[in-house]
Design a binder for this molecule. Structure first.
Ligand SMILES: C[S@@+](CC[C@H](N)C(=O)[O-])C[C@H]1O[C@@H](n2cnc3c(N)ncnc32)[C@H](O)[C@@H]1O
Length: 309
């Protein structure tokens, strides 16, 4: 059995009532705190593969089970085909996902419908009938406004994987196989879709804006997990994962960085990158960055104050 699965399968083991964060036993809690894990997701169904960068819901289940209790609310501002919502429902949590591309929001809706239908048909119905999922087709830059309009309660946890800058537009070798099969190789051409931002600094600003929005709807002491990576393009590494930590730590809506867990992918094909010429790594890991909402946002100084200073 894979290590990360163990936590999920044993989640119903002995639970301590004084546990403030989750429903895990001490043993399962400790297991999850290891700084790296190997996760080999099951082969994808046809529907999921239509999205060029979905993450496995089996992985999300592990994080959701650690960072929330049953009945709590999980948000994903870049929900894609809805893996976070499926994982939330499967673990008895509720979920709210934002997705700018209509086609992917539609796939999320179908997947959520399937999980709810399966649940109705099984004995699980009585156990977790109160959990629900909402998919909102919108720019996550408007997240807090939409949240308020819908009177959603504060979020308990956020897990998400934003676009890795505009990497999909650049990684031609990895995308070749998908292009040959006629599958999507980018998310969309929508200029508000942040995977279309060309400038690296502009991308960092867009990320900050989205996670400021999440901060506004998160309960105090709520956690955030971002699955991302550094990017190698045009002969150099852009430290996207490391920069995400410093960008999100900035005031006024400063997330406190807590840790990283490294997802080791030992099931990816090695590509002949730079052979007999120069170093180009086969990047077979991803970072799961962990942040927490601690303290209050600091006031933004007005322009007058800035000028006087
Ligand atoms: C890495 S994918 C997420 C995949 C998702 N975890 C899944 O399993 O399907 C990033 C998603 O963010 C969406 N996205 C990009 N910009 C957005 C924005 N401004 N607001 C909401 N969604 C956005 C993209 O369309 C894409 O589906």
């Amino acid at each position: 059995m894979m290590e990360t699965e163990t936590v999920h399968r044993q989640a119903s083991a002995k639970v301590t009532r004084s546990n403030k964060l989750n429903d895990l036993s001490g043993r399962d809690w400790i297991k999850f705190t290891k700084s790296w894990f190997v996760h080999r997701p099951d082969p994808r169904e046809d529907r999921k593969i239509r999205h060029p960068a979905s993450f496995p819901e089996s992985l999300v289940r592990e994080f959701v089970s650690f960072f929330t209790k049953k009945g709590e609310i999980v948000v994903d501002p870049f929900v894609g085909t809805g893996s976070t919502l499926v994982a939330a429902l499967e673990t008895g949590r509720s979920g709210i996902g934002f997705e700018i591309v209509k086609k992917y929001a539609g796939i999320s809706k179908e997947r959520v419908r399937d999980v709810l239908a399966q649940r109705r048909a099984s004995k699980e119905a009585t156990k977790s009938k109160s959990s629900w999922a909402k998919i909102i087709t919108a720019d996550s830059a408007k997240l807090s406004k939409i949240w308020k309009e819908n009177a959603f309660p504060p979020a308990d946890y956020c897990i998400t994987s934003p676009p890795y800058w505009n990497q999909l537009r650049r990684s031609h070798m990895r995308q070749k196989g998908r292009a040959e099969k006629g599958l999507d190789t980018t998310y969309s051409d929508n200029p508000d879709e942040i995977g279309n931002i060309g400038d690296y600094q502009d991308f960092q600003h867009a990320l900050k804006r989205a996670f400021d929005e999440v901060y506004k709807v998160m309960k105090p002491k709520g956690y955030l997990t971002i699955i991302t990576n550094n990017v190698f393009t045009e002969g150099k590494m852009y430290p996207l994962a490391f920069d995400t930590v410093s960008t999100l730590s900035k005031e006024p809506f400063a997330w406190t960085p807590k840790d990283e867990k490294v997802w080791c992918q030992d099931d990816k094909t090695l590509l002949p990158l730079g052979v007999f010429n120069a170093w180009v790594g086969n990047r077979h890991h991803q970072y799961c960055l962990i942040f927490r909402k601690e303290g209050q946002p600091t006031a933004v100084p007005s322009m007058n104050v800035l000028k006087k200073g």
